[in-house]
Design a protein around this ligand. Structure first.
Ligand code: ZN
Ligand code: ZN
Ligand code: FE
Length: 742
């Protein structure tokens, strides 16, 4: 008899019924049980039968499972009459919680089949799809430990739930029109299908609707209706930041965007993230959905309710095949998850809610591509809290609270790093509360009691304060990790790389060891220590918070010539004079090596963007401009100061701004590769890790990687972990659990 233990995502994905099916097919008797942290199998049969069984376990595993490790031990045979699924018992160990899974094709087909008993049921799901993390109270994953416990199964559903041949066998969120939750309108007396039909009418008429989804509310309107989109922008106080669009199907996406095979795979995957795609000229999405940007965030319907909104079989004509779907949150605060929505969304023409409680928020994940390689921008629904493996730090458990913007946190135990869903901007105190409660919920769920807490070095981050509080309450040490060093380590973690690297971090803002702003750093480092080997040319950031949004202020400092700044019309004379005053008198000034700000300044000089209304706007527009140039232009420079003044001179000579934008990207990449080659020559380190928010820029990222490889260096990049601040919790955790630190 074999005793097989399978570790990984094997809960809530139909793993036990799958094991029971292949056991029958292979003539195996025995049992399978869910142990909370793993699935345990006892298998009896002939030698060949056991061999086939083991092969099938690996090769035919359900699409949403992820086997991470299998142990097999031989035991003396026992007499089993058949193969059984044994009830869940809870044992402690590594815990794998499944993320939420988009509605599968079989469920989608039943949803629109008039003969199916779940016809038009907004919560149809099965063993292979539906909500998971967002409805889970604690482990193991069983119905009574989810928010579906509020909805006792009807006899028909129970029949399927307990029948090993059903595709809803052991499906915890199973429900139907008779026993499941209901959708309803807040503040209006409409429920079920009537509520859905009402909302469809409002959307066709150009209205705005708040819609409760899997991990929170969305705000929706017709993506092809300029004035509806404009009203949503006005109501949400979001003047220009791009909105994501949910398309009815892949065909509708392809009418508006260029979709590569790799992008399509992600777009239509069980995670159904938002994928950033190149717009097609002549597409029909309203220009103000993603103004002045050549790309669009696209996603597909991933819940039965989304599908019903697009395709409900009523007589309504002209329902749009594309809806703006943006996170439903008051500015700066995490996504709304309950019927408090009625307070937040007074400007909406309808609020469509439902009775299934959301226990943990999960925003939509966002993915970009660098060539065929995915580049995660926001890792949340569908991905969190899948762990990252990082071996070598065996026994320590840790909590890393992450950074201040785009916050996520990380819990670590036994070589596994569990990054949380997206929390948001923790500079708002209401978000701190959400961070705090999410940490409690995830620590409970994963049964991790941290032996160490890690946070950023910044003395005034709310996350630093919270980390101090938690470390004191738990009576464990607190470790502060420099922001950009944490970025490098997030890249090492994702690549499971150990040892010394040259870490290149191009970023917006981070607190440096010397109290100045860092963000253009070259480190020599490993998991335990780092040394700042070089940085870009320092400049003065004057004007406090405004200097992070208004690139002309950085440009003025870099030009350092008032008359020239006036000639370039960087800003009004009065503004320029004010900025000169601050710089001359060193008021509200701080030294900075932020590459993010260098992008802002360059975009300002090229008149591409001088004031950003959202983070990263100038850099996105500069990249878009560079991509319109077909020329391969760069020169060798030894400092970023030289690059900037060359651009200034050429700009004054009237050169094409697209070519200059390209020149900036290419020269910066060349400079970076040269510095790395020098450091490598001196230290014999052959591996370069690229991270930091600026490397979301796929043009800079691919140019830099290519130039590094040409110099014989290995390149590590972030892919499924964001290079931006959404990834630094992982780096903090890696440092906190590295043996020398503890
Ligand atoms: Zn399904
Ligand atoms: Zn039912
Ligand atoms: Fe950062």
């Amino acid at each position: 008899m074999l005793n097989i233990k399978i570790f990984g995502i094997v809960q809530g994905v139909g793993f036990r019924p799958f094991v029971s099916r292949i056991a029958a097919a292979c003539n195996i008797t025995g049992s399978v049980a869910n142990k909370g942290s793993y699935v345990e199998i006892f298998a009896c049969g002939s030698g060949d039968a056991l061999k086939n069984f083991l092969t099938a376990l690996h090769e035919e595993a359900p699409p949403r499972s992820a086997i991470l490790n299998v142990t097999v031990d031989e035991l003396p045979d026992e007499n089993f009459l058949r193969f059984e699924i044994v009830d869940s018992t809870h044992e402690t160990g590594d815990i794998f919680v499944s993320p939420d899974i988009a509605t599968c094709e079989k469920c989608a087909a039943e949803l629109f089949d008039p003969n199916d008993r779940r016809y038009l049921h907004p919560f149809i799901n099965c063993t292979a799809c539906g909500p998971r993390l967002t409805i889970l109270k604690n482990m193991p994953y069983d119905r009574e430990r989810t928010s579906m416990n509020d909805f006792p199964m009807c006899d028909a559903c129970a029949g399927e739930y307990f029948n090993p041949d059903s595709r809803r066998y052991d499906a915890q969120p199973i429900c139907c029109n008779d026993c499941g939750p209901e959708v309803y309108l807040l503040g209006k007396n409409l429920r079920g299908h009537d509520a859905i039909k009402f909302v469809r009418k409002i959307l066709v008429a150009g209205g705005i609707v708040a819609i409760k989804g899997i991990g929170g509310f969305h705000l929706a309107c017709d993506a092809k209706n300029f004035s509806a989109v404009q009203r949503l922008r006005y109501s949400k106080t979001r003047p220009t930041k791009p909105f994501a669009v949910m398309f009815r199907d892949v065909a509708a996406v392809e009418q508006n965007c260029i979709l590569s095979a790799a992008q399509k795979n992600f777009l239509d995957s069980p995670q159904k993230p938002i994928v950033l795609l190149q717009k097609i000229s002549g597409g029909s999405i309203a220009e103000n959905v993603a103004p002045d940007i050549n790309r669009l965030g696209a996603m597909l319907p991933y819940t039965p309710l989304h599908m019903l909104l697009f395709k409900f079989p009523d007589a309504l004509k002209n329902f749009p095949d594309a809806l703006v779907m943006t996170s439903g949150n008051p500015s700066g605060v995490p996504i709304t998850i309950d019927d408090d929505a009625i307070k937040n969304f007074g400007f909406c023409d309808a609020i469509l809610s439902h009775g299934r409680k959301i226990l943990l928020r999960a925003d939509d994940s966002v993915i970009d591509f660098v060539g065929d390689c995915p580049s995660m921008i926001r890792r949340s629904r569908g991905y969190a809290p899948l762990p990252i493996f990082y071996d070598g730090s065996k026994k320590n458990s840790a909590l890393a609270v992450g950074g201040e913007l785009k916050n996520t946190f990380c819990l670590a135990k036994n070589n596994l790093l569990y990054a949380s869903p997206y929390i948001g901007d923790v500079s708002d105190l209401r978000t701190v509360e959400v961070l705090k409660s999410s940490i409690e919920r995830m620590s409970d769920l994963l049964e991790i009691a941290p032996e160490v807490v890690a946070c950023d070095l910044h003395p005034r981050y709310h996350t630093t304060e919270l980390a101090e509080e938690i470390a004191a309450a738990l009576d464990v040490p607190l470790i502060k990790v420099q922001h950009h060093y944490a970025h490098v380590l997030s890249c090492l973690a994702e690549n499971n790389f150990h040892g010394e690297v040259i870490g290149v971090v191009f970023d917006g803002t981070g607190y440096g060891d010397d109290g100045t702003i860092w963000g253009g750093e070259f480190f020599i480092c490993d998991e335990q220590r780092y040394e700042r080997a070089a940085s870009i040319s320092p400049f003065m950031q004057a004007g406090g918070d405004k200097s992070a949004r208004e690139g002309w202020r950085i440009a003025a400092a870099l030009i350092n010539d008032f008359n020239l700044a006036r000639e370039l019309k960087l800003a009004s004379d009065a503004e320029l004079a004010g900025q000169k005053f601050l710089l001359d008198k060193k008021i509200n000034c701080v030294t900075s090596t932020s590459v993010g700000r260098l992008f802002d300044a360059t975009a300002a000089v090229l008149r591409i963007c001088s004031v950003s209304s959202y983070e990263g706007e100038a850099a996105m527009k500069l990249q878009a401009a560079a991509e319109r140039s077909t020329r391969e232009l760069h020169r060798d420079f030894t400092t970023t100061d030289e690059i900037f003044s060359a651009i200034l001179t050429r700009r004054l000579n009237g050169e094409n701004i697209f070519d200059l934008a390209k020149f900036f990207h290419a020269s910066l990449a060349e400079l970076t590769a040269n510095i790395c080659a020098e450091v490598s020559c001196r230290t014999k380190i052959k591996t370069v890790a690229l991270s930091g928010g600026v490397f979301q820029n796929s043009l800079l990222s691919s140019l830099t990687a290519e130039k590094l490889r040409r110099r014989g260096l290995n390149v590590l990049r972030n892919s499924m972990i964001p290079p931006n601040d959404g990834g630094i919790c992982l780096g903090q955790a890696v440092h906190a659990i590295s043996p020398a630190v503890r």
